[in-house]
Write a protein that binds this ligand. Sequence first.
Ligand code: ASP
Length: 332
Amino acid sequence: MGGWAIAVHGGAGVDPKLPEERQEEARRVLRRCLGVGAAGLRAGLPAVDVVEMVVRELETDPVFNSGRGSALTQEGTVEMEASIMDGRGRRCGSVSGLTTVKNPVSLARLVMDRSPHSYLAFHGAEDFAREQEVEVVDNSYFITDENVRMLKLAKEANRIVYDYRVPVPSADTCSASAGLVGATTDGGLQMNGLPISIYAPETVGCVAVDSGGWCAAATSTGGLMNKMSGRIGDSPLIGSGTYACGACAVSCTGEGEAIIRSTLARDVAALMEYKGLGLQEAVDYALKERLDEGKAGLIAVSRNGEVAYGFNTVGMFRGCATEDGFMDVAIW
Ligand code: ASP
């Protein structure tokens, strides 16, 4: 047994031109959250409590795209989603379409612990939140001025990027996988049909293994900027954006549609279980072989206390801490 370990992410697909202050702010939040998680693991909390606690912190801070600070729908509203999975017993809970729940990850936890189901969405999830008396706030609480500005830019950009449902005019300006990733007309990087700078990639996630060797994962997001109302991404989908079992725990970020098609999180676990790959090998293999041209990143821990990262984007906000005192936070 390798002791406890924890990793967090704040999204893949970082804008290469992200201002230095913004990078420093992200690093500071990641460090703080790792500190909170490490303290919990040191005190002997189970991994599932720790991932919930850390993701709550990230949801409460407006820096990333989850809870307060969530990306906006086409209508300018927030529809949040989250999931949590405990490798011990492979129990899981997911929520989508939340408009008033302050901490979506904790409602996902309640779906897991106190409902007969694994996944609740939209008004049913909101009703369950009230029944469970979780903290609710007005939708405007989640909306930041920065995201209102980003939505405006996203709407403008949508007028100039190619629609993935129509044939693309030329190879050098077309998108790569199913038309979802490619270059803007000015040659800039693009994800989900939006220039990277306004795609709102900063979904959050946490994976942890406790000193008993049990793994857990949680992921939370507002989804994509300018998404259609009702759109569900990979983050709440067990096996796609989040997975935990006896071998490992995984949380993904990036192009939700590509992650869903590749069942990315479950594939990492399956590669370990069925092919006997090590954690980092499984992460690298899944990213290379399963994503086609999709852009994504992921964090993972194994029951032996190993940590692995992987991404095929320019950057991914991420960090990890282990029982032997190691702590690392990085973007590029
Ligand atoms: N995977 C998220 C989604 O598609 C977005 C992200 O991770 O940046 O909703």
